[in-house]
Every structure is written in structure tokens, then in C-alpha cells.
Design a protein around this ligand. Structure first.
Ligand code: FAD
Length: 390
């Protein structure tokens, strides 16, 4: 499959701002290989042919539909991009997974589901799992036979993630950890099979665990009523004396923060690529409409202010696309996210507003009836739940 070897050390901090890079050091989408383009084309075609026809049903949470589409995506290799080939994945480099993410993001509900499964739900095992854990879980996650989720947040622990009240105690026999607590806003919560759950051993040592849906004492709650991304599942998770085999402890006792934050960094980068994909779709839909719609005897796209809005969208998308792909190129394949903190921060800082502003401009170009496609494709930036928004 596609590979892109890193020939120079990854930038540290904001060092790339002060150094003098060679043009060949700066990757742009114009440098994508044929293989990488093909990956993007496959992803885009999948969403347009297999997902788009079901958007209405997905937005209405038709039972089992999203899980079926994830499995279908797995059949064409879209679910195991970050999983090494030896464990049944495609073993893609960071640029290829970035293209994949971008092209899958035309529909926000599917993009978020994919990100939670193939990204934050699967990568903790890729980066921190033992050989036995990788062998057991990765082949099924890579094909979409099992769906992954990531359970960090709790009612009182969002940004302050280590303020976790979920506890884990080793049982008397020393065979299982017994987990008790509640997780909140878990993407894929309603239908995932494998959950990365963070809990404090003896109320102190923050640690990651691999928890299967079928383990006794594990129970997803009801779906949240969100303002957007209705196609994705977001639920609480209840752990009531949930019995987790000792061998399902992920990484090291008391080192859960290393797992949690490295994976969040990967997730943030992916969300940036996702915003690029959604924004491009918004621009395409808006410019198409601006050419078709007439007012005062002209196409509305011929009015100066409409041109300005479309141009603003294109400028911003070009800037964030450049940022995302340059950073993807500077990320070693086996690292969760760009090593440069400045790059990581700037990607989410700029891509999310870009997506929101593209959506806002688009709303000014397209009237209500045509907005559904825009809404669906722009919602992959985290849409707050009703309770938060009110
Ligand atoms: C659609 C959706 C899907 C999600 N999926 C998942 C998932 O799959 N897994 C998971 O674990 N979680 C998930 N989450 C939870 C998400 O990661 C949290 O919402 C996030 O961590 C923020 O936590 P919070 O909502 O409790 O906000 P809070 O932490 O309560 O923050 C509220 C506000 O205060 C600000 N704030 C907080 N601390 C500071 C500070 N020190 N300085 C300045 N400002 C501050 C925040 O920026 C924010 O604006 C999801 C949330 C949503 C809405």
C-alpha cells in the first residue's frame, strides 16, 4: 500500500517557523501519489454510493444501520488504515490516512463514527497494546467486524479528564479488575463492541482498560439528543461491577494519561483533516448553487458579495488543507500525531473555524431548503448536546 518515508527528523515545537525548509520538505496535496489518490477516491465513492442514500435514516437513528455501514466500509478496507498489515489492517502512512479521513468526511455523522472507531477506539491498542491484545482485537477492528469506542469523559471530568471517579479494583482471586462508574458522551457508545475505558485503580492510579460490550456489568445508556451529527451515536456508559480480565489492562498501571492524551492528539489531528473534507464539500455545494440560482436576471454567483464569500471559503480551505497535509508529511507513520505541538494546536485552531465559517457563508448563499447537505457535512466539529447548549 501507499507509503511515504520520513527523511528528516520531525519538527519540534515551533522550530519549523524559524528554520529554512527546502521546497521538497513541504508536502502539499499536489504531491499525493497515485495510490494515495486511489485511497481517497475509494473513500469518497463509498460515502457517495453507500452512505449518502441513507442519510435520512441515519439522522433518524435507524437501528443497526450505521453499524452495518461501518462493516461494509471494512469490506473495502476503509476501517483499518492505521492498523499494521500483520494485524489485518492496511498499514497506511499518515498521509494516506489523512486522505482517507478527508474524503470520508463529506457526511459528518459517518466521519465521526469512523474517527471514533478507526482512530481513538482502535489506535490505543495499536500504540499501547501487548502482542496478545493486538492479535485478539486488531484484526476484527480493522475489518469493522468489531466497532471501537473511547471512554474518557465523565459527568464531572471533561477537559479535566483525570478528575475521573470511575474506579477499578483487582478482585480477591487476582484475575479480574472490577470497574464501577459512569462515562459520558461516548461516540459509537450505542453499538460498539470494544471500548477503551479509563479508570483509577484503587481510586488513585489512572489506567486504561480494554472492555468488551459483553463483559458482565457493562451497559450503554440512551442516545443523547444532539444539535447536530445526528447520524452518530453518543451515549453514556454505565459500569456496575464490570468484570474485566486482568490481561485487558492496557499499557501500564497509573499511566493511563499517556494513552489518553496521545490518542486525543491523534484524534484532534484527524478532526482537522475531517474539517477540510467537510469544508470542501460545503464550497462545492455552495458554488454549484450560486451558478444555478438566478436573481435580478443574473446568476447569484455573479454578484460581488457572493463572489467574495466563495473566495473567502476557498482561501481558508486552501490554508488549512496546506497545514494539514504538511503536518501529515512530518508525522512518522507510527506516531499518533505531529510531534510539533505548534502544528497540532494550529490545525484544530484553524480547521474548525474554517469549517464553521464555510458553513456560515454557505448559509448566506443557499436558502433553507437546500441546506440539509451543508448541515450534514459540517457537523463533524463537535456538536454540543442539547443540555450543554441550552
Ligand atoms: C458529540 C460529542 C462526542 C463526544 N465523544 C466523546 C468520546 O467518544 N469519548 C469521550 O471520552 N468523550 C467524548 N466527548 C466528550 C468531549 O470530549 C468533552 O465534551 C470535552 O472533553 C469537553 O468536556 P466538557 O464538555 O465537560 O466541557 P468542560 O470541561 O466542562 O468545559 C466547558 C468549557 O470550559 C472551558 N474550560 C475548561 N477548562 C478550562 C481551563 N482550564 N481554562 C479555560 N477554559 C476552560 C472549555 O474550553 C469549555 O469551553 C464527546 C462530546 C461530544 C459533544
Amino acid at each position: 500500500m501507499a507509503t511515504a518515508t520520513l527523511t528528516k527528523p520531525a519538527a519540534k515545537g515551533g522550530s519549523f517557523l524559524l528554520e529554512s525548509p527546502q521546497p521538497s520538505d513541504v508536502f502539499t496535496p499536489a504531491d499525493l501519489t497515485d495510490d494515495q489518490k486511489l485511497i481517497g477516491q475509494t473513500a469518497e465513492e463509498f460515502v457517495l454510493k453507500e452512505v449518502f442514500p441513507f442519510i435520512k435514516d441515519l439522522e433518524n437513528k435507524k437501528a443497526g444501520l450505521m453499524a452495518t455501514l461501518v462493516k461494509k466500509g471494512g469490506e473495502v478496507g476503509l476501517m483499518g488504515g492505521g492498523v499494521p498489515e500483520e494485524f489485518g489492517g492496511a498499514g497506511l502512512d499518515k498521509i494516506s490516512t489523512t486522505v482517507l479521513t478527508e474524503k470520508l468526511s463529506i457526511y459528518g455523522g459517518f466521519a465521526v463514527t469512523h474517527g471514533a472507531h478507526a482512530g481513538i477506539g482502535t489506535l490505543p491498542i495499536v500504540y499501547f497494546g501487548t502482542e496478545a491484545q493486538k492479535k485478539k482485537y486488531l484484526p476484527k477492528l480493522a475489518t469493522g467486524e468489531w466497532i471501537g469506542a473511547y471512554c474518557l469523559s465523565e459527568p464531572q471530568a471533561g477537559s479535566d479528564a483525570q478528575n475521573s471517579l470511575t474506579r477499578a479494583e483487582l478482585n480477591k482471586e487476582g484475575t479480574h479488575y472490577i470497574l464501577n462508574g459512569q462515562k459520558m458522551w461516548i461516540t459509537n457508545g450505542g453499538f460498539a463492541d470494544v471500548y477503551i475505558v479509563f479508570a483509577k485503580i484503587d481510586g488513585e492510579k489512572f489506567t486504561a482498560f480494554i472492555v468488551e460490550r459483553t463483559f458482565p456489568g457493562f451497559k450503554p445508556g440512551n442516545e443523547e439528543h444532539k444539535m447536530g451529527i445526528h447520524g452518530s451515536s453518543t451515549t453514556p456508559i454505565f459500569l456496575e461491577n464490570c468484570k474485566v480480565p486482568k490481561e485487558n489492562l492496557l499499557h501500564e498501571i497509573g499511566r493511563g494519561h499517556i494513552v489518553a492524551f496521545n490518542i486525543l492528539n491523534a484524534g484532534r489531528f484527524t478532526l482537522g483533516a475531517s474539517c477540510v473534507g467537510g469544508s470542501k464539500h460545503v464550497l462545492m455545494t455552495s458554488s454549484k448553487y450560486a451558478k444555478e440560482r438566478k436573481a435580478f436576471g443574473k446568476q447569484i454567483g455573479d454578484f460581488g458579495l457572493m463572489k467574495e464569500k466563495l473566495a473567502e471559503m476557498a482561501i481558508q480551505i486552501f490554508a488549512v488543507e496546506s497545514m494539514v497535509y504538511r503536518s501529515a508529511r512530518n508525522t512518522p507513520s507510527r506516531a499518533p500525531s505531529p510531534r510539533s505541538t505548534a502544528a497540532r494546536c494550529s490545525i484544530l485552531w484553524w480547521t474548525k473555524p474554517c469549517r464553521s465559517s464555510a458553513a456560515t457563508d454557505s448559509m448566506r448563499i443557499i436558502p433553507y431548503a437546500a441546506r440539509i447537505a451543508i448541515r450534514a457535512s459540517t457537523a463533524s466539529s463537535r456538536a454540543p448536546t442539547k443540555s450543554i447548549a441550552c
